[in-house]
Unconditional design. Structure first.
Length: 218
């Protein structure tokens, strides 16, 4: 229903909060289709939400969420801050393959190997007390996509340089360690397992404990 009020066309509307009738100018309906009879009704409508608790189990703080915020929530969880949301999402929804930035999981093999075998060079002859930054994770079969623990070995940068430059091999390092100590845990084997490995020829010609000084640009 329309009528002219003060030379302007008005339409009969109903307050969205209390339902009372109100005449609203047509030009105002184009910019604001929602109608309220006064500011009090508008405030009551916008505050028709619920008091809930933060979804972070370590927080549980009471928070207010409006109806529109509840409709926009895809998970139904609400948080008091961005930090609480990050903690829950990283542990529940965005871990491993469920994370939106997941590629192939290959970048984590170094930390897993250091955690499994310890931060120490696994060459039995190595006497270097290398720090974490001076330790490399070597792929025994040369396939960097094969990140199984049995294919990884921890070597210091000096022992790793001998292997990558063909001056020594991981197998020979193990064999010489077995010959000296009589028993040695095989590379890639769990800590609880000890495996006796047979001796193999040493193509490098290096004596146990002997090192080669690598020239610059080698």
């Amino acid at each position: 229903m329309e009528k002219i009020i003060d030379h302007r066309t008005h339409t009969l509307c109903h307050c969205r909060n209390c339902g009372k009738e109100k005449w609203k100018r047509n030009s105002h309906l184009k910019t604001s289709p929602t109608t309220f009879c006064d500011r009090k009704c508008q405030a009551e409508w916008t505050q028709r939400g619920n008091i809930t608790r933060c979804a972070n189990p370590d927080c549980k703080q009471e928070i207010y969420r409006s109806l529109s915020q509840q409709k926009r929530s895809q998970s139904g969880d609400f948080f008091c801050s961005r930090s609480c949301a990050t903690i829950v999402n990283n542990t529940r929804h965005k871990s491993g393959e469920d994370h939106p930035n997941w590629v192939d999981g290959l970048s984590g093999y170094r930390d897993k190997a250091l955690s499994c075998y310890g931060e120490k060079c696994q060459n039995p002859e190595c006497t270097e007390d290398a720090i974490r930054k001076m330790l490399d994770v070597h792929h025994i079969d040369g396939n960097r996509s094969n990140n199984h623990m049995n294919n990884l070995v921890i070597l210091c940068v000096w022992c790793h340089a001998l292997v990558t430059r063909g001056l020594d091999t991981v197998e020979n390092m193990i064999s010489r360690g077995v010959a000296q100590s009589g028993q040695r845990r095989a590379f890639g084997a769990p800590r609880s397992q000890v495996q006796i490995l047979p001796s193999r020829p040493n193509p490098s010609g290096l004596e146990p404990g002997e090192r080669v000084r690598l020239k610059k640009g080698f």
